[in-house]
Design a protein around this ligand. Sequence first.
Ligand code: PLP
Length: 373
Amino acid sequence: MKIPLLDLKEQYAPLREQMHKALDKILESQHFIGGEDVDALEREIADYSGVSDAVGVSSGTDALLASLMALGVNRSPLDEGPSAEVIIPSYTFFATAGCVWRAGAKPVFVDIDPKTYNIDSSQIESKITERTKAIMPVHLYGQCADMGPILDIAKKYNLAVIEDGAQAIGASRNGVKVGGFGNCACLSFFPSKNLGGLGDGGMVITNDSALAEKLRQMRNHGMAPKYYHKFVGGNFRLDALQAAGLRVKLPHVDEWAHMRSNNAAFYNAAFADNPNIKIPYIDPANRSIYNQYIISVPNRDGLLEHLRNNGIGCEIYYPLPLHLQECFAPLGYRRGDFPNSEYAAEHTLALPIYPELTREQLDYVAKRVNEFA
Ligand SMILES: *Cc1c(COP(=O)(O)O)cnc(C)c1O
């Protein structure tokens, strides 16, 4: 049996006709930038996420960068003195840290909670200095970070909160969906995310209409009116073709998350009696959308090889924590600084969790995992 980590063809098949129609409409119109579908998608995702505003952008990465710029965390060439600092987890996809750096701010890493793999909220306050401007919690693998304490700290020290919700559209904590916690949340439509586009795309969602307005200008070189620039932005726009394709998929995201959750329940039951497998811990306050299903095992690299030899797609998210990345060496972090991040990088593995997996496929994966672990 061959089971990929993700099979998007299965998702596409039933949507094929509708997708062609939606894209054809754009092709016939020859209007590729902005337009009806971008506006409609923004409205639909704002409604879906329970927020007032949404701004479509070119990627999840650009959503993060544009948010930092719109909230004034970025550094201008004329700024003097030390740069701003932004608190982020040391274990996440690189974009979170890369955007902070590109904005001219210093990423300040905080270790993760070993249970949820999200930022350890109890370690944030000790990292705050007079230069701290923002906290960027990541809702990793589809589960919300511990937002209560994070928002309390942000309020106490007057910090912006940018949620990295790239893996977590529609995930909720205590009934509040991603985007409803911080100043804004950043979504990604990279094809492997729960709502995947036909290429790159992203969105910033927020309850702050003034911030949304600024982001609309930010994504278009800070321009308004045409050819007049109040501030420096970028080309962070979302294509019409992407928006049209995403609108076909959006009505299915809850159903897909539900199917992923059922698949997770299957694995959880299959691994329950195996003391060598740590299954994902979902905080009872959270509803996860299971963008990834992550297990932790003593011999991760051995398991990875065993699964790949048996035709099972699996992946390490992520093999090297951010504080140990070569590009951040000048920040002076050392191995041992964030033991939970380092442990996760060495022991965790993502298994196939995509919605369309059959019972037989799930069973096959579970058997191959159990026989090794
Ligand atoms: C995917 C991802 C991003 C970046 O999104 P892109 O659309 O690929 O630019 C940022 N943060 C996290 C946690 C992600 O998983």
